[in-house]
Design a protein around this ligand. Structure first.
Ligand SMILES: [Zn+2]
Length: 419
């Protein structure tokens, strides 16, 4: 929260400048460009505040279900999904993941805020009589929204509406107003609360469906439950409009699309069912062993396994077939992302590094060099050589990173690259 501690006015103007200069970011997971005014850290801290005030309020009214078999089962199911989520977004290992069952039999709703704060309402059982596999489908989908940073995207939208008011109040406030920090935090927190009531885009829904069904399958839950869940939802719609549908706009093709995803992830489900997918996997829900979680995430970051919908691109990478051509349209994305690449390289997050570099697609020596490093890190020595050579070729063609190579010594590349 360090950067929030400055004066509110300066902060607000910086935010506006940031909106113009770098409001767009590319998701590591999906490659889609998103409007991101609120930083990841602020989205997480704002969501944590909103969540604890919401759950605190509901708890006082006796509406948070604790100690029941159902609440325990939801925790168990969600924990298995998180273990899979962390494999594909290793940074989420440090999130303070939580899930609560909210006892409101009339409400059919569920959400996952930025940073992994989740809830599911009992209306799902009372009205739709959901199975455990369907719980996994629901929570997998919600976790999908959080992993793909949709919740943060929504917070950015909600926050923008409040920034105008914030600028005004900051300008009116005295320069050393001790409350200015509190107001910023409040604005973030209410943006987080608002974010989970905003409808998702069709694109966002499709992403969350893809991620969710795969997390569930990998965690050992039947992916067909995503289909049966939406069939139940369609039937229920004839009697009332579930709240879930107002934030999850659906169309006729959704059930069809989900049915088409089933055969793509079914082998993962069969594998998980046959083996013991959770053996030796740390718990990510509340408390637990932080070192074990980090070790699990670090190991996952170096795995050559990606989510199925990223598969084709990653397969191309593993075969050494990735060729870059873009020099102008992706230059801005390149300058924005290359600092992150250095951090991914330091963390040995080879898979994320390769995916991110490919998503940007900028032609220069640094891009190819980093693909080479990622391939080497993943144990693909020959392929690494291919990318190192392409880096050298790019350098010779004048496409070099010059003086801003993120501390990588690319000048020596021509001599050191394996032939
Ligand atoms: Zn959704």
């Amino acid at each position: 929260m360090g950067c929030l501690a400055g004066r509110a006015a300066r902060f607000a103007w910086l935010l506006l400048a940031a909106a113009v200069l770098s409001g767009c970011a590319t998701s590591t997971l999906t490659g889609r460009s998103q409007f991101m005014l609120v930083s990841e850290d602020h989205a997480i801290s704002g969501s944590a505040r909103a969540y604890s005030s919401m759950i605190g309020g509901l708890s006082k009214k006796g509406k948070v279900e604790t100690g029941t078999a159902r609440a325990e089962r939801v925790k168990e199911i969600t924990d298995k999904l998180i273990a899979q989520a962390v494999r594909f977004r290793p940074d989420s290992a440090t999130w303070d993941w939580r899930v609560e069952v909210i006892n409101d039999p009339k409400v059919i709703n569920a959400f996952c805020m930025a940073g992994g704060k989740m809830a599911i309402y009992t209306g799902f059982w009372e009205k739709l009589n959901i199975t455990d596999d369907e719980v996994a489908a629901i929570m997998g989908h919600e976790i999908g929204h959080a992993l793909a940073s949709h919740t943060r995207e929504h917070m950015s939208v909600a926050y923008t509406a409040q920034v105008g008011a914030l600028v005004l109040s900051a300008l009116l406030a005295s320069r050393n107003d001790p409350n200015s920090f509190g107001r910023n935090a409040d604005a973030l927190s209410s943006a987080a609360a608002l974010a989970i009531t905003l409808p998702n885009s069709r694109e966002g829904e499709e992403e969350a469906d893809q991620i969710g069904i795969e997390l569930a399958a990998r965690a050992g839950f039947d992916p067909r439950a995503a289909v049966s869940l939406w069939e139940k939802m369609q039937k229920e719609k004839k009697f009332s409009t579930p709240q879930f549908l107002s934030t999850h706009p659906s169309n006729e093709t959704r059930i069809q699309n989900l049915s088409a995803l089933v055969p793509k992830v079914d082998h993962l489900y069969q594998l998980a069912k046959a083996g013991k997918p959770t053996e030796g996997v740390p718990s990510f829900l509340g408390g637990g062993d932080a070192a074990a979680r980090q070790a699990y995430a670090d190991k996952a970051a170096g795995e050559a396994d990606t989510m199925t919908f990223l598969g084709p691109q990653f397969e191309k990478f593993k075969k050494g077939e990735v060729v870059f051509e873009c020099r102008f349209a992706c230059f801005f994305a390149y300058t924005n992302r290359k600092g992150d690449w250095k951090a991914m390289h330091d963390k040995k997050a080879w898979r994320d590094l390769a995916v991110s570099v490919m998503n940007v697609g900028y032609l220069n020596d640094l891009s190819y060099f980093l693909l080479g490093e990622a391939a080497k890190g993943l144990g693909l020595g020959e392929v690494a050589g291919v990318y190192y050579r392409r880096a050298g070729d790019a350098q010779k063609a004048g496409h070099d990173c010059g003086g801003s190579c993120e501390e990588f010594e690319l000048r020596k590349l021509a001599e050191t690259a394996p032939k």
